[in-house]
Design a protein around this ligand. Structure first.
Ligand SMILES: [Zn+2]
Length: 252
């Protein structure tokens, strides 16, 4: 279990992980296995010694607060999370500047929220799949008309009401959502204006087949918005900047 500990005197934090007491392996200058030495490390002990006599407290990481501009799998990056001691809320920057460095944790002033920038239909993916599955092929004009219709319907969708499909994305700021049933019905109904007879039936099957498997998922892109909170001792700056609550663009 990871444990986040804050020194109230120094305003420093430590993330205690199960790995802190594992030995770390290093290459010696010769780079042969003989020079492979293990270095006993106990970072937590070091933290405790450094903050001896200081007041320490446990922080609880706020669920779903993790944000980062880079992919989950990217090792060199900065990410942010929020934590609380039950009374105050803190922003923690977690970062690594080089791949061979351990992760560092830093308390940073201010706050952040996520802003939804765009909600897109996966036009390329849909067109590709329609071309692959329709025999005889659909006319390009009909593919374009379908994409235009789907985009128009998505414009009226409130993204925060949709079901999130987290496994579809490896980037924290790109989130996929499943279209709701009402919009789906509306899409099907309007497809009657583009497709007739057997073509319509095939299209209906296509929509049901792909609403869950990724092709018809909506892709929302978010941006991290940082809010600085000005320090009160600084003169000439406002006591606090307007605080932007977590907000998602609503078009409805
Ligand atoms: Zn301290």
């Amino acid at each position: 279990m990871n444990q986040l500990i804050r020194c109230k005197n120094c305003d420093e934090i430590f993330m205690k992980t199960p790995f802190d007491q594992y030995p770390e392996y290093e290459f010696g200058s010769g780079r042969s296995l003989d020079n492979f030495r293990s270095v006993e490390r106990d970072d937590f002990q070091e933290f405790l010694i450094h903050h001896h006599g200081h007041q320490l407290e446990n922080l609880k990481v706020i669920e779903d607060s993790f944000v980062s501009e880079k992919a989950y799998s990217e090792p060199v990056k900065a990410s942010f999370l929020k934590a609380t001691n039950g009374k105050e809320r803190f922003v923690v920057k977690k970062f690594r500047e080089r791949i061979d460095e351990p992760l560092k944790y830093l308390l940073v002033p201010g706050d952040y929220s996520l802003k939804c920038i765009t909600v897109e239909v996966q036009s390329e993916e849909i067109a590709k799949q329609l071309k692959r599955e329709f025999k005889p092929p659909l006319a390009q004009g009909k593919i374009d008309a379908f994409l235009k219709l789907y985009r128009a319907i998505v414009e009226d969708v409130a993204i925060e009401d949709l079901e999130r499909i987290p496994e579809e994305s490896d980037r924290p700021l790109e989130v996929y959502y499943r279209i709701d049933d009402v919009s789906l019905m509306y899409l099907l109904r309007n497809c009657h204006n583009i497709f007739k007879g057997r073509e319509y039936s095939a299209m209906e099957e296509f929509i049901h087949r792909h609403k869950d498997d990724g092709v018809l998922l909506l892709k929302a892109t978010y941006r991290i918005q940082f809010t600085e909170i000005a320090k009160p001792e600084k003169k000439g700056t406002p006591a606090s900047l307007p605080f932007e609550e977590e907000k998602i663009v609503k078009k409805r």
